[in-house]
Design a protein around this ligand. Sequence first.
Ligand code: RFL
Length: 393
Amino acid sequence: TRFPVVVLGAGPAGLTVGNILRAAGVDCLVLETESREFIEQRPRAGVIEEWAVRGLERRGLAGRLLERAERHSECEFRFDGRGHRFSYTELTGRHHWIYPQPLLVTDLVREYADVRGGEIRFGVRDVRLHDLDSDRPAVSYTDPDTGERRLVRCDFVAGCDGARGASRAALPPSVRTSRHDYGIGWLALLAKAPPSADRVLFGMHPAGFAGHMPRSPGVTRYYLQCPPGDDPGNWPDDRVWEQLQQRLRAADRPPLREGRLLEKRVLDMHNYVVEPMVYGRLLLAGDAAHLVAPIAAKGMNLALNDAFLLGDGLVAQLAEGDSAGLDGYSAACLRRVWDYQEFSQWLSGIYHGTSHGDPHRAGTTLARLRRLFSSPVAAAAFAEQYLGTAGAY
Ligand code: RFL
């Protein structure tokens, strides 16, 4: 068989690319190792930046999101035993959109497969990439129903298969991956509990960072800083809630609303960037090309930015023979990627700077924080990076 494009991975990046191709009448095949039920329920990100919402909307992909997503206009820093609200919408006129990743993936799969008639295979095994440096690359996989190997020839492979996919593994050593380790762990938690505030909360505490992120009326995401490589077994529910209450305590706010913990995972915080994001006929997008620790909630946004540029570039190439978009693809993506990498490191300094037992570092961290509430220029700069700018890259 042959398709102009094979897309690896049905996450936000791969499904967005697939939808853009189908809307332009370009045939493609999406291959996904998990089942449809699994990807429609996998909990992860929840924040979408306004420019990304507009990008989805322009491509006919935001119908249900616009009906159901919550719009946030402020976040809150908790330090010095008090809550400090930061109203970014007042400063910029723009919002953060809260829409859990499984809902976005569900919408994108439905639109791609059920509305636009796109081809997709779930549960494929042993995906391999071939002849990437020729103009007739191919992808092979094991069919889950028959157990047979299948080979699909194509013009381009869109590598959207995430941090542990086959695309990254297929890159030769000449493609550079640079990495940053924060030396910090986060215990990522999902609680069956209503949010304790209608905004994101960041707790900067000597015992470590804690975060509160509303996801839906009954589910809240929390994070607790912990040693990297820590065992979730060290965190029974009562220890989790005791630490959350302590690190997010503010004299002028009510305590957190507790509930059963649905997910407890330790994340070793790190970032990486593959540069360039293209090798021969393989074009990487999303987490396959770059990872950013969930510190600044940027990962899904970068995946969408890549997918818009890649989808549009592939359509221009395959439908009109215009190669400019694909030629400039990697450089165009990497400008936003590096900007968000830098912001995540800067924000990590604020989140984790009070908890190292180093009073000098704690002092400078609190000075940075207070500056956000005393200097309009510092506040505007923070708001711009926190929300991500639309077209400044
Ligand atoms: P995904 O979503 O990982 O999708 C990749 C898909 O590829 C499949 N796959 C393969 N398919 C074919 N062949 C193979 N060999 C394959 N190997 C794997 C996988 O099953 C999967 O379906 O990558 P994509 O599309 O690049 O999207 C990236 C985002 O998922 C990611 O950046 C975000 O989830 C990061 N992230 C957050 N981003 C935000 O913008 N805001 C947030 O608030 C936010 N919170 C988070 C996060 C990530 C987290 N985890 C995973 C550490 C919170 C957490 C806990």
